[in-house]
Design a protein around this ligand. Structure first.
Ligand SMILES: O=P(O)(O)OC[C@H]1O[C@](O)(COP(=O)(O)O)[C@@H](O)[C@@H]1O
Ligand SMILES: [Mn+2]
Length: 658
């Protein structure tokens, strides 16, 4: 009885709040538009916006800590700047000049230095400035046609707003006016502001060509600077993120999961990236290092993967990383044993492997077959009680987990990840998911059964997201279901972010036979080639089954394979940022643009270094329409923002009718 009463009270106050909010909105609207004229003007404005071409969305994924390559793609607006330059200047500028202009827009400061050094006479430089002002202003005007003047104004550097607007919207027909504009440009040069003006125009162009960015997961792990990527995204004008399996490890670490901490530290050691943890996030690894020194010695199976473009660590550093790598891997395998034990419903018993070692720890019995162990390092594993952590292992992982929970900078980044992130997103009719939608061979949604309830399809995603949010809000617990589910998201057999039956990390370290390394992908990866299957998935998530697309990251597109599947409804856009994968993909990777003309797939060259890109002007390989046939140009009216604007128009019309 009391329960019902309580619910009743909650309901009443909830509805009251809704009504109050509506009234307030109306009141606010009246305050903002006090006269019939003001309301009418606003309606006209909003209707005009509805008819503007849809602005451009860019999609990228699997950045994996590669900040310089990511920054390059942001600067080239995922290929869009080149497209604009081509559309505007074809026939007037040849390919080389177009490329030079594009790189000036991407890297104005650096390119200005190189260009200016090439001029011997100041008149030539002055002429270059005049030509460049004209080209950049023309390009800016072209990029701004999709926006209102007020939006453009906000995107301009404050000190150049007046001048830029004069030059953009001026009437060049009369001689007087021409002289006036010539005077402005001459003054910019004379007063020494030419470089600043060019840089400001370039930044505004970069800002305008992509209106909204989607990052479809895996910002973290493998590469050196995920922290810088997060900082850059936090300053980006408009972005959403879908969580990738690697990102979950970092979210899990901050949420107090020791297993997520161990897994991410193992990957950092494996890729020689421990400095992210120590230097970027201020987490001290001294205790782990001492533990590693105490129990381990150099082991060829744990040598870190080195990036040939980075300075090689010294022999003693390499040895220290090697030992840390072993120490944390063993802690991970022990913790996994405990988690799998307490969560039989995860059905991951086949991942308990330490107890399958023989007493000498030289062989292992896997699925009925015995394999010799290579590179074994089981010094701390008691054959009688293999998952038991030694007291110093326990102490180290507890202390490290606390350090992750309390790292201020990491929390700031993860807060942003929570605020802008989600398991999936439906945006302008498209469905964005990092990994997969788990299904069986017949295409029926596969799920996770907990407390006699089967979570599958969209419900599985919502359930996992709900748990993640609760777990993130309470980092004190480390073995509750919500925390364990975070690790499940990393490597569970029905995890939408992992998409494989099992993660064979143990076998990859300790068994030579490559057959044991195989990770069977979910049937989704076969089925996603078929249009009816994609339509079914889009429907399940409430996306647009007729015109929408399913967009995934996670799986690098191998040489000779197409990232466009299911008759153009399914697109994989692994950005290929990770240098380790360039051999498999043969290109840098793919990103995607969605503008008023539809979806365009952008193929990128492998990115080497920023210096090389600037020097050699090396960039995008090609851009190609996903759907080849010409469609009517999409306007703002057909987008999610358009829907909101129409609601506002309706409210204003109601106000007018009162
Ligand atoms: O290349 P590594 O470091 O061995 O990592 C391989 C592991 O990474 C995974 O591919 C997961 O990472 P991705 O999300 O980048 O694919 C696992 O399936 C696999 O076990
Ligand atoms: Mn992934």
């Amino acid at each position: 009885m009391t329960v019902f009463k309580k619910i009743g009270i909650i309901k009443i106050s909830y509805f009251k709040r809704v009504i109050v909010t509506q009234e307030l909105t109306k009141e606010l609207l009246k305050e903002k538009f006090p006269t019939r004229e003001a309301i009418t003007t606003e309606i006209i404005n909003l209707k005009a916006i509805l008819n503007l071409p849809k602005s451009t969305e860019a999609f990228m994924s699997d950045i994996h800590g590669e900040y310089a390559a990511f920054d390059h793609v942001l600067r080239n607006a995922s290929g869009n700047i080149k497209l604009k330059i081509k559309a505007l200047f074809n026939g007037r500028l040849n390919a080389k000049s177009q490329q030079e202009l594009a790189f000036l827009v991407y890297y104005p400061t650096q390119r200005l230095q190189i260009i200016k050094a090439g001029f011997q006479h100041s008149e030539d430089l002055q002429q270059w400035y005049l030509d460049t002002f004209a080209q950049l202003l023309e390009l800016l005007k072209y990029c701004a046609t999709k926006y209102t003047r007020s939006k453009l104004r906000k995107a301009l550097a404050p000190e150049f707003v007046y001048i830029t607007e004069e030059l953009l919207y001026g009437d060049f027909d009369t001689l007087d006016k021409q002289n006036y504009y010539a005077q402005i440009t001459a003054d910019i040069i004379k007063l020494g502001s030419a470089d600043k003006f060019i840089i400001s125009l370039c930044h505004t162009i970069q800002r305008l060509v992509v209106d909204h960015l989607h990052v479809v997961g895996d910002i973290y792990d493998r590469g050196p600077h995920p922290d810088k990527i997060m900082d850059r995204l936090m300053n980006y004008h408009s972005v959403d993120l879908q969580w990738g399996n690697h990102d979950i490890l970092w979210l899990g670490a901050v949420s107090g999961s020791p297993l997520c901490v161990a897994s991410l530290l193992r990957i950092c050691a494996r890729y020689n990236n421990l400095s992210i943890v120590e230097d970027a996030y201020g987490i001290n690894l001294r205790h782990l290092s001492l533990l590693a020194d105490k129990y381990y010695h150099d082991n060829p199976g744990f040598a870190p993967k080195l990036n040939p473009q980075e300075a090689r660590p010294s022999a003693s550093e390499l040895s220290q990383i090697n030992k840390i790598h072993q120490a944390i891997a063993i802690i991970q395998f022990k913790l996994e044993g405990h988690l799998i034990e307490r969560r039989p419903e995860f059905k991951m018993q086949s991942r308990q492997l330490l107890d399958k070692l023989d007493p000498q720890q030289t062989h292992i019995l896997l699925k009925g077959k015995t394999y010799p162990i290579i590179n074994g390092c089981f010094q701390t594993v008691d054959p009688k009680n293999p998952y038991q952590l030694l007291p110093d292992e326990q102490e180290v992982i507890t202390q490290l987990t606390q350090a992750f929970v309390h790292s201020e900078k990491l929390r700031k980044h993860m807060d942003f990840f929570m605020q802008k992130g989600s398991m999936y997103l439906v945006y302008n009719g498209n469905l964005l998911v990092h990994g997969c939608i788990p299904v069986d061979e017949k295409g029926d949604f596969e799920g996770l059964t907990l407390n006699h309830h089967l979570y599958a399809g969209k419900e599985l995603f919502d359930f996992l997201e709900d748990n993640l949010r609760r777990c993130y809000a309470n980092s004190r617990q480390s073995t509750d279901l919500a925390t364990d589910l975070l690790w499940y998201l990393w490597s569970g057999p029905v995890s939408p972010l992992f998409g494989k039956q099992e993660m064979t990390t143990f076998e990859r370290y300790f068994i030579a036979d490559p057959q044991t390394h195989y990770e069977k992908p979910n049937s989704y990866y076969q089925l996603r080639h078929q249009e009816p299957f994609i339509v079914k998935v889009l429907r399940e998530f409430g996306a647009d089954a007729d015109c929408g697309h399913l967009i995934n990251g996670h799986t690098p597109v191998k040489k000779g394979h197409s990232p466009i599947m299911a008759n153009g409804k399914m697109i994989v856009i692994d950005g290929g940022f990770s240098t380790a994968y360039h051999k498999t993909t043969g290109i840098g990777g793919y990103t995607l643009l969605y503008n008023s003309h539809g979806l365009q797939l952008v193929t990128h060259q492998p990115f080497t270094t920023r210096e090389q890109a600037i020097e050699q002007l090396s960039d995008i390989v090609s851009t190609k329409r996903v759907v080849e046939q010409e469609l009517a140009r999409k306007t703002v009216s057909e987008t999610d923002i358009g829907k909101k604007l129409k609601q506002q128009i309706q409210q204003l019309e109601e106000l007018l009718a009162e």
